[in-house]
Design a protein around this ligand. Sequence first.
Ligand code: ZN
Length: 149
Amino acid sequence: MADLLKDPMVLREIIMDHYEYPRHHALTNGHGYLRAHMASESCIDDIQVEAKIEDGIVRDVNFEGVACTISTASTSIMTELVRDKTVEEAREIMKNYFAMINGDPYDEDLLEEAVAFAGVSKQANRIKCATIGWHGLEKLLAESEKKDD
Ligand code: ZN
């Protein structure tokens, strides 16, 4: 898998697959869900991200809205990566994802398919697209911790 993820064609396919078939792409608006509205001024991206965080575990994450290829695919992959992880693990994944996008060292094993966005660190205009859903998650994690106090 690690070698496959170095092939630009494979990375492109991962992004297109998550764009065409976004995972967890419907809000439940269910009880106990936190929601964040995220919009970009530089792109069409305007999404809602929701998460159910219970007993320190990310039980469910979903998103919905209008979004470009990069933001749809990066948010779709995020919903898969952090699902059923502890808040701490989700934060670690998020930290590594942001490091990758910033062009800093990161742990590719933690990011799995999300390494498809490594090239974004060299495309300043796409950074917001690749992180909008992740910043939504960041907001929800912070909110859930505030609630637990
Ligand atoms: Zn975008």
